[in-house]
Design a protein. Sequence first.
Length: 193
Amino acid sequence: MALSVLGAVWLIAWGGMRLAGTFKMTSEKFSAFANGLDLGRLTAAERAKALRELADKLNRLPAEDRRHVRLARSQGRLFEQMTEEEKGAFIEATMPTGFKQMINSFEQLPDEKRKRAIASAVKRLREQRDSDSPPGEFGGTKRPPPLSEDLQKKIVSVGLKSFYSESSAQTKAEVAPLLEELQHAMQSGRLFH
């Protein structure tokens, strides 16, 4: 009797783990979903639903997978198909939690430390982009554009909060990987060493 109860418990636990594994979001599942969408063929209601689902899938990714997906621009083709309003809503829906706290903390840093932080984050993003991508993945025009010197200076001089609140959805999308990298650096304490 005890052996059969123990066997049943193990079977239930194994089944629960298998079921949980099917619900876990991965960068591969996200990319497959994003690549299967064509917003141009959807009605307005279907587009809204698909974009909410895309944002939900992106938000369910672990932080490292989110960074990889953003660097790989898995949602880039879809982003080009979105209206400005849809872009803005998608970015707001997918910004990491604690993002506003990070912006406020970043704003309190001295100018020189902000400059170094941005330069360091851009450098890490370029290194990740170059090391994480298989040969040819970012070849030609598919390579994510580097953050220009002018954009970096503007972020420091205007302030991250003002820059972000006044930027277009396209600019926010371009800066999103930088902001996530800055948040990661602040959370790890790397920015303050």
